[in-house]
Design a protein around this ligand. Sequence first.
Ligand code: GTP
Ligand code: MG
Length: 206
Amino acid sequence: MKILTAEFIESTIEPDRFRGERLPEVAIVGRSNVGKSSLINSLLNRKGLAKVSRTPGKTRTVNFFRVVTTDPRLKTFYLVDLPGYGYAEVDKATHARWRPMIERYLGARPALRGIVMLVDARGATDHDAMMSAWLRDLGGPTVIIVTKADKVSRGERRGKLEEIRRTLGLPDAAPLIPYSSASREGETELWQALKSLITHTDHGFS
Ligand code: GTP
Ligand code: MG
């Protein structure tokens, strides 16, 4: 499969007003600084497409990226970069805007096929546990990506994955996909996950 184009289309605080040609879309959620924007850039092989920063709270709006592929099942879809949660350093006003903005997004997306939640390989936080519980309540398909996998040694990995499952309240066999924007580990598995989210029809978000 080839990516023909990957373009930034829109950045908005009113995501419910963005129509997106009713193309299927998948949203990326996760703690501030977990690597959402980096994952978009590495997966699409486009440096600088989504803005990345060492400082948490870089993405503060909902950002829509349109991806055109040669895959006959995937075809054209949107990846949506959502602002991160859970950083004390992000000021209160920003935090107060976060939940309504995410709710506005999730409440008005007939084409939303699934959510990709990112968790840092070094460990999940209480905020991640809350997000995970919220996603379970929403009831739509969710895939969990354990990112920055390059930061954890092979030997530590199994234990870390178990710990993450425990923190998030997931069953023992719940699939977690290790990924690294730095080493590209997990790229194939993530594309597989996106394909299955996008091609199934019973999405159950709205
Ligand atoms: P917000 O926009 O603030 O919510 O953050 P984000 O989740 O979009 O994170 P971003 O992609 O901006 O990355 C945050 C920092 O983590 C940057 O310094 C990245 O270079 C780094 N980073 C992201 N992914 C990886 C990874 O897989 N491995 C390593 N080692 N660093 C990463
Ligand atoms: Mg970001």
